[in-house]
Design a protein around this ligand. Sequence first.
Ligand SMILES: [Zn+2]
Ligand SMILES: [Zn+2]
Length: 173
Amino acid sequence: MLIDITKALNEEGFNKKFPVSLAKEDIELGDGFVVTHDIETEIQIKNDNGSALLITCNFDVELTAPCSRCLKETCVSLNAIVDEEFRLSGHEIILDNDNDAPFIEGEFLNACKLLHEWILSQLPSKVLCKDDCKGLCPVCGQNLNERDCDCDRTVMDPRMEKFKDLFDKFKEV
Ligand SMILES: [Zn+2]
Ligand SMILES: [Zn+2]
């Protein structure tokens, strides 16, 4: 969805809200993250005295993702407060390395890209179904939140293996 920002760039004091909707199917995030609700919001675009372009937006995102320990589908909610400010020079946005805006395409603002970029940048690196999730047994795969298993999960350091043999020999004697 493209918003024409020609007026916003050229008219001092320009201030307008643009409705934006983004279908959940169109939001690809990867890493098992799935958006469960369409996003409906407004992007406010403001020309601040001809010196800056202000882009603000507030929306909620509902997602599911597998728990990082036990893989159970877990709900994640994010609240987005997008607040971008671009300096203007002669009705044009000044872009440099520190102020890069992949969602500005010439005289257009790519609203979907802006929302998408924001969601990607806010995804948690770890998702837990509950704080004390016990995870899966690394031996048999049993979900340890549901029940325990009888596996020996003490991982032996390979350097200790030879001592184990030694101990076993002593036991036999
Ligand atoms: Zn879990
Ligand atoms: Zn097990």
